[in-house]
Design a protein around this ligand. Structure first.
Ligand code: EPU
Length: 341
């Protein structure tokens, strides 16, 4: 069952070279009863889409391959007054985008704005994946976990401490392995979420008037393809940094030089700044050091032009952080998970 010296290069979307000392595919919940799961493994791997592998991984790497999509039953829509709630339980190893496609095929609404996000279902609550005006936390009704040293547990959403690209699973690394996630979706939903401006513009371009979830998914697919690289052709891990939350006064200071500087409201005193904009205006969109660079169409994405190591990416990302700090006085925090060092 356990394999040794397994290359992880094909299992991380940056395409970084790294070797797992021991590698265990987790396909069946019964395996969790084995002694391997009494303590935290060195690495729990899903789709490898948010990982920066700095070096080889000593000890045990567990690759979560738990499958299955199960409908738990339908009930009258709570609150919205439209449509019918449908509850799905999905294995942690299921590919996120395949799940989104499956739900659209079933006529279910809820996941359409999150189409084409790389990674697995089990990883989705960890960084509370979000895009185009939606967050996975809004759909989650339960997270099923294995707690090392204890056993199986189910966490309610209010026990998951969800935030912007954040959750309890990030704050307490090494405590839980996510085995399955329950989602609430809607059949016959009467409205879709087009709050993100670019979706409306793309729907207009497509000539869509009354948008269905499938229309929104198509619009998001087109927008993503126009500015995010496909990791299959160009190694990357999506947004490399989080969008920083700063005091409003910081944004006002930046506006003195850049009156059009974008921001998103957070509360009365704080705004979120798009890190991609900051990196771009710092002159680093499309910049390159050897085999590492920022993507020419979206500066927030670091790309491996081929043959880069985790160390190369880390060094380049430090240069980006320093440049943005010097120019704007804003600290960029990594969004990707650094493994090793
Ligand atoms: N911008 C630039 N230059 C750039 C990149 C962005 O000027 O090189 C500007 C854009 O013109 C826009 C603003 O920055 O005014 C925001 O850009 P965008 O709409 O592309 O979104 P983002 O804030 O950079 C976030 C998420 C993405 C998600 C998009 C769409 C984070 C860290 N990133 O990016 O998520 O797809 O919004 O909702 O929150 C991911 O997490 O991996 C990811 C791709």
């Amino acid at each position: 069952m356990i394999q040794h010296d397994v290359s992880l290069r094909g299992l991380n979307t940056f395409g970084l070279p790294s070797v797992a000392e021991s590698y265990l595919p987790l396909r069946d919940l019964a395996q969790l009863e084995s002694p391997h799961f009494r303590t935290t493994p060195a690495l729990v791997l899903g789709g490898g889409s948010n990982l920066l592998l700095r070096e080889n991984v000593p000890g045990l790497t567990v690759h979560v391959l738990l499958g299955g999509v199960q409908e738990l039953g339908a009930a009258a829509g709570a609150g919205s007054g439209t449509g019918t709630d449908v509850h799905l339980r999905v294995g942690g190893g299921v590919d996120w985008n395949q799940l989104v496609r499956y739900t659209l095929d079933q006529g279910l609404a809820g996941m359409e704005n999150l189409v084409l996000i790389p990674g697995t279902v089990g990883a989705s609550p960890v960084q509370n994946i979000g895009a185009y005006g939606a967050e996975v936390a809004d759909l989650i009704t339960a997270v099923h976990v294995w707690e090392y040293g204890h056993g199986a547990r189910t966490l309610r959403p209010d026990e998951c401490d969800f935030g912007y690209r954040d959750s309890r699973f990030k704050k307490e690394p090494g405590r839980f392995l996510i085995t399955a996630v329950d989602f609430r979706l809607q059949r016959n939903a009467s409205s879709v979420n087009t709050s993100y401006g670019a979706i409306i513009a793309e729907l207009e371009r497509l000539g869509v008037d009354q948008a269905t979830p499938a229309d929104v998914a198509l619009a998001v697919t087109n927008i993503r393809r126009s500015k995010l690289p496909d990791w299959f052709f160009l190694g990357n891990s999506g947004s490399f940094f989080k969008n920083p939350v700063v005091p409003k006064t910081t944004h006002e200071r930046i506006q003195q030089d850049y009156p059009q500087a974008p921001s998103y409201p957070i509360d009365t005193d704080h705004v979120k700044l798009p890190a991609g904009w900051l990196i771009d205006r710092a002159g680093l969109r499309g910049a390159r050091d050897g085999q590492v660079g920022t993507y020419a169409k979206q500066a927030l994405v670091m790309v491996n032009h081929g043959g880069a190591t985790g160390e190369d990416i880390l060094a380049f990302s430090s240069r980006v952080q320093t440049t943005v700090l010097e120019k704007f006085g804003v600290n960029l925090e990594r969004e990707v998970r650094l493994i090793g060092g």
